[in-house]
Design a protein around this ligand. Sequence first.
Ligand code: GLN
Length: 231
Amino acid sequence: SSGDGDSGGETYTVATDNNFVPFEFLDEETGEMEGFDMDLIRAIADEAGFNVKIEAMKFDGVVTGMQQGKYDIGIAGMTITEERAETIDFSDPYYDAGLMLAVHSDNTDIESEDDLAGKTVATRSGTTSETYLQDNHPDAEVETFPGIVEAYMDLQAGRVDAVMYDVPNVQYYVANDSEEELKTVGGILQGEQYGIAFPQDSEIVDDVNEALATLIENGGYDDVYEEWFGE
Ligand code: GLN
C-alpha cells in the first residue's frame, strides 16, 4: 500500500492491530495505519532494507496469524509472554508497558485493584489483561470485547465498572479520547514488554534486532518515541 516506502528489497507482510492507540490506528484522513509501531516498523524496514505491506486486523488475529505463519512480521503492542514464546518468535523488547485500571470520572468506590470484588471489569479478549483478571480477580465479573474501544465506551456509558488494559493505551485514551469522562486509578499492575513477532524460526529476526539496536543507538527510536509520547 502507499506510504510504505520502497527500499528495493523484499516486501514483508506486517500484521497489526486495527485499533490500539497510540501504537496503531487508522488515520481517517490519509487512510493509512499510523502510530508508534507503524513508524517504528517503517524505520526498521528502511534501516534493514526491506519494504512493508501493512495488514490491520483484530489483535487476536495477529497472534493466531503469527502462529500459523500467515504474515512475515507482527507488530501490535504485543506483550512478550512465555506462553506466546512457545509458538511465536519475538524480537528484543522495544517498549516497556504494563497494565492499569480506568474508571468513570464520577466513580469513588474503585481506587485500586483491591476494590474489584463484585465489580464488572471490561477488557479485550485474548490479551494479557484477560489472563491477569482470570488469575488475580476471580471475584470480579470479566467482560471481554474484540476491540478495546468498545470496552471504554461501555465504561463511559456506565455499563461496566472498570476497564483494565495496557498502561500507555489507557493513559492515551483517557487523556485524548474519553472526553474527560474517564480517569486512571491505582498504579502499574504488572510490568510487561512489547516485542515484534515472527513465525517460529523466521530468518529475519536477527536483521530486525540489528536494525532496532541501530535505531536505539542513533536516535531514530527516540524520534519515534518523541512523536507519540513526547510532551
Ligand atoms: N499488550 C496486550 C497483549 O499483548 C494487548 C495489545 C493490544 O491490544 N494490541 O495482550
